[in-house]
Design a protein around this ligand. Sequence first.
Ligand code: PEP
Ligand code: MG
Length: 538
Amino acid sequence: MAELRLTGRSASSGFFEGPVIILTDTAATRVSSGNPSIEAEILRKSIESCRNSLVSLAESADGEAAEMLGFQVAMLEDDALAEGAFAAISQGIAAHEAWRDALNEEIKSYKDADDEYFRARAADLEDIRDGVMAELTGSSKKVDVPSGSILFSRDLPPSRFLKIDWSKGGALLLTEGSPTSHVAMLARSKNVPMIVNLGQIPAENGAFLLVDGGSGSVIVEATEASKREFREKREFEAKIDEMAEKAVRNPAVTRDGTSISVMINVADPLELDQLDWVKCDGIGLVRTEFLFTNERTFPAETPQYQIYRRMLEWANGRPVTIRTLDAGGDKPIPGLTIDGETNPFLGVRGVRLSLLRQDIFRVQLRALARAAVHGPLKVMVPMVTVPSELEQTKALMNEEIAALLAEGIPAALPQMGIMVEVPAAAIAIDLFDADFFSIGSNDLTQYVTAAGRDIGAVADLADTMNPAVLRLIGSVAAYGRTSGRDVSLCGDAGGDPRIIPALLKHGIRSVSVAPKLLARAKQAISEVDLGQMDEAMP
Ligand code: PEP
Ligand code: MG
């Protein structure tokens, strides 16, 4: 077979080579008892045992894996999920057919959703469908995949991913799938290279593949020359990672000796367990949306306070910037965000929603004020468009601090700053009386370029290197210098070696990046000479 090159979307970076195992969807069957009440009982029992096996899997999982399994358990416990199936059974349909058809209908509505978040959740529902089907048909769900395999599949349920032993490496290739799906998050957290949207599977079981997750490319039956080139690239990247990792405990300094603060973005407090605080200059962004993943309740004040306090303790005196809830846009929260907005990125999102739902906002502000007693806390308000949104937030914060003190509960006023991610705020930055600014380059870029951050077809336009975006970033940095207020940048551009030189050229002296990008970001900073910047760079 001649060499063949495929390109998809990168979902998790890394290199792997080896034979491929192609997973096909299997159709399970069983014979109906013919009695609706027996069929209903069999379905109930099957749902229950699928739930139990997910619960025990969740007990040995952590972080995102545990969260994803918790989501599936919650779905299975929701009576509404099987309502359609039980109705069909009462009409004489066999349990397995009723279940499969009801779930397929639900899965289709998720797949047809406009929102990528919901489309990505379809894989969870498929996982649940297949789990209960396996119980109904008595077929084992054991995954017979040797560790260190490259899997090629249409999509892969997260629970199936978790049952595979990735300790000897491997890679995951999907003809469909999405980089924002749960299985993609799991692949990133376990360092498994993963590519989605590869279209067709043109290889046969056992074919030898080279997978470059970062560039989203696969070579099938590579020539000797391509193998050499692939291995050289892998070696080269490994050396860069190794060098960067050695220097990661040192502060970031440019070649000409300018110090740059490099902090971390936290999306899940568990990430901190594996990280030494010495490697960063503090926490530049905590995305508190992780607190709102339980479908039934919103987080109470004291558990929130304890989580925030633990983060301050972890940071050991370095600043911790916690962002108030940024629900909406691509982060819907059932029961909180507004359904059916025609363009959720331009809708009731971030502080707009928090000010509408003060019942929830005040609880978060109280928890933050209590945590502020324990260290240098900075509270950051997302999606601020006009100064009154910051002023209202400050007023609510002051009211809650007064109430806490009156109740005899220790509380303090943290620094109050804003995300600069809406062009209206970036352009008129001098009108905002904030203690600090943090540039959200992900949203700022999409709003300035009118190119959605989640739309692959316009990904080339949604580029922070666009001179208009960089000039705006430069003007915010300059205002920070003249007004004496801290300016940082916490969007993905801050950890991107391609963009870091341009950010520094435009006056950025502080970035906040995903923990995994700390080493690479510091390395990229050390290669910049601010005295000799490329004139041609935007
Ligand atoms: C941003 O917009 O750059 C940002 C950091 O926030 P998020 O990605 O959470 O919207
Ligand atoms: Mg944002």
